[in-house]
Design a protein around this ligand. Structure first.
Ligand code: CA
Length: 237
């Protein structure tokens, strides 16, 4: 993008917030911020930000509520949650509500900058929407990747941009299993050298299964291949 990328930081801890603002301004971002949930939500819903960094515990309104409201309005908005390191529930809840990724506190600022850059590359670059079409999975699931939705019979299913990109990538490589690392590299845009956590991928896969499988516990399309990753079958066996 030729203009400066616009970043919104919603974080109530002043030391963390100030540090993030400085670092991202230094890296050429146009930064806005809020230390309060209600005000943060208002700014988030303005739609002017390329990416939102969202803390969980906030005065006024917590990060999950904010994320839920963002996703009701916009399934393309890039959001990275800032979670507490020890708290798995935070991580799972944030990803389930539709965050693109999370970074656990205390985090390395250098790593956070890399992730933000990667997520922005993916959300503005090719691959996110370049190959839009509708296609059929199995006999009854009609996927519309441009509009981030699917239809099975009378039921409409909504996807986030990230979920649709995962589905696309797996479909393009349907002849083989795809590893978590490959998904992080190709769909999230992270460098191989980064010390990556893989829960982000697993939780996104679990969400996708709840959407595309008739029985998510016995997947027929999105399969786990032991010690190799995930494989998508576009027609049921
Ligand atoms: Ca906080």
């Amino acid at each position: 993008m030729s203009r400066k990328p616009r970043l919104l930081i919603i974080e109530d801890e002043i030391a963390i917030r100030t540090g993030l603002i400085d670092v991202f301004i230094y890296h050429g971002y146009d930064v806005d911020f809020s230390g309060h949930g209600t005000e943060g939500l208002q700014k988030a819903l303005s739609g002017k930000f390329d990416l939102i960094l969202l803390d969980v515990m906030l005065p006024g309104l917590n990060g999950y509520e904010i994320l839920k409201r963002i996703r009701e309005q916009d399934r393309e908005q890039a959001v990275i949650m800032l979670t507490a390191k020890s708290n798995d529930e935070d991580i799972i809840a944030g990803l389930t509500l539709g965050a693109d990724d999370y970074v656990a506190k205390p985090f390395s600022v250098a790593q956070l900058v890399l992730r933000v850059q990667a997520v922005l590359r993916r959300s503005s670059g090719p691959g996110s929407g370049a190959e839009q079409q509708t296609w059929l999975m199995g006999a009854d699931l009609q996927i519309d990747s441009q509009n981030l939705c699917a239809r099975r019979g009378e039921i409409d299913i909504a996807f986030t941009r990230r979920e649709m990109d995962i589905l696309h990538y797996l479909r393009r490589h349907a002849e083989r299993p795809v590893s978590r690392e490959e998904l992080l590299h190709k769909v999230w845009g992270y460098a191989h050298s980064e010390d990556l956590e893989t829960r982000t991928v697993d939780i996104h896969i679990a969400k996708l299964r709840r959407k595309i499988e008739t029985d998510p516990a016995e997947p027929k399309y999105l399969l786990t291949v032991r010690s190799a990753g995930y494989r998508l079958l576009t027609s049921s066996p």
